[in-house]
Design a protein around this ligand. Structure first.
Ligand SMILES: *Cc1c(COP(=O)(O)O)cnc(C)c1O
Length: 398
């Protein structure tokens, strides 16, 4: 006997659930890439991509995943040997800094650990020290998908302004664009990278690099940029093929068009509110379970938690045991504890994550929490009572 037949729910932090409308939009024969509907779609996608990011600046679209967007952003603004300050929270800023290092850029890492957000005072101290403005840019994530921490990007901009430091502010919003509140222009972000497969509810395969005029000016002195990654022809395309430096990602564009329609129909403010309510329900459940056992939210302060993903410390091996059971028997796949292992527990098997980004509603979140509740009992992980009650109370008040 199995309880896992029926619709399987992939509750990992990306790729996220794709709406049926997005899937249907992609189910079509190959379109003409030389003229017609596809060209019209790109003309409308670009302004809508800017709208969801709160920007009037440019956005270049690449056929790549988030790692490609990282590299695109780096190559367009840096010279070999440039010094950048990586504000590392959790795992992903390190990944971006590693990419920089491989390109011959010199990242200096300020590490804030696996359970904390960027400490603005430490950033201010380092920038103040850098009187000669050797640091060309700050690299950071708005949300670290491994630790589930959310950083105060507006606060980082305020520090740069207070110190009067000209470094570019470069932000990875791959996990959280269209989930957590973000305003590129109001927050003074110079470069923002994101991808299609998380808040944007489209398959992995599109990377987006947004950049300000100041970042574009840095492009003039950059010596790392190559023809394929160059963002200039992509935003000033004189011929359609230049948008993508070759064949357009046809079906992704059809899917993305519909995903953007869904988002703009709902409205950005409402999207952020929905995710906030769903995330609060998840946290309430974990607080209740944690009161009687080892489960603990990785980020203690709710103000530092993302609404896109929740990382959980479950106690040695418990993360993997629970994930395996829930996937095999209850029809829900939970996220692995990515990069969260410690020296004593390198395999990360004492951690798991719940993705709640994009096309997610109350019944999906309650279903995932219900499956976790069953799993905790089935694999005998001690836990407190009342988690589902706590979550449903949160949602009933939203
Ligand atoms: C998912 C993610 C990435 C990596 O994206 P890929 O598409 O897997 O290359 C980078 N940064 C953050 C914050 C992410 O959530």
């Amino acid at each position: 006997m199995t309880l896992s037949r029926g619709s399987h729910y992939l509750a990992i932090p990306g790729p996220s659930v794709m709406p049926d409308e997005v899937l249907r939009a992609m189910h079509r024969p190959a379109p003409n890439i030389y003229t017609g509907e596809l060209h019209d779609i790109v003309d409308t996608i670009i302004p809508d991509l800017k709208r969801v990011a709160g920007t009037q600046h440019d956005v270049a679209i690449y056929i790549c995943n988030g790692h490609g967007a990282w590299e695109a952003a780096l190559t367009n603004v840096f010279r070999r040997g440039d010094k950048v300050l990586a504000l590392a929270t959790g795992t992903f800023t390190h990944g971006w800094a590693d990419k920089a290092e491989q390109l011959g850029i010199a990242p200096v890492r300020l590490d804030f650990g696996r359970r904390d957000a960027i400490d603005l005072a430490r950033v201010e101290a380092v920038l103040t020290e850098d009187a000669g403005h050797e640091i060309k840019a700050l690299l950071c994530v708005q949300v670290d998908t491994a630790s589930s921490v959310k950083n105060d990007i507006k606060g980082v901009r305020a520090v740069l302004d207070r110190v009067g430091h000209p470094a570019l502010l470069m932000v990875d919003c791959i996990a959280c664009l269209g989930v957590d509140e973000f305003h590129m222009d109001d927050w003074g972000v110079d470069v923002m990278v994101t991808g299609s497969q998380k808040g944007l509810m489209t398959p992995p395969g599109l990377g987006f690099v947004y950049f300000s005029p100041k970042a574009d000016a840095a492009r003039d002195r950059a010596d790392l940029v190559t023809g394929y990654w160059d963002w200039r022809p992509r935003v000033n395309a004189e011929a359609f093929y230049q948008y993508f430096c070759g064949t357009a990602p046809t079906h992704h564009l059809y899917g993305l068009r519909v995903a953007l329609d869904l988002m703009l129909d709902e409205g950005m403010e409402k999207i952020w509110e929905r995710h906030a309510a769903l995330a609060k329900a998840v946290w309430a459940a974990f607080d209740a379970w944690g009161a009687g056992g080892p489960l603990e939210l990785n980020i203690a302060d709710p103000a530092m938690r993302s609404n896109a993903v929740t990382a959980v410390r479950a106690g040695r091996e418990n993360g993997t045991r629970l994930r395996d059971w829930v996937s095999a028997h209850a029809g829900v796949t939970l996220g692995i504890g990515l990069g969260m292992g410690t020296d004593e527990d390198p395999a990360s098997d004492g951690f798991f994550r719940v993705g709640h980004m994009g096309h997610v509603n109350a019944q999906m979140v309650m279903g995932a929490l219900g499956a976790i509740d069953i799993g905790l009992k089935a694999v005998k992980i001690p836990h407190g009572p009342g988690a589902l009650e706590a979550a449903s109370t949160v949602l009933s008040r939203a």
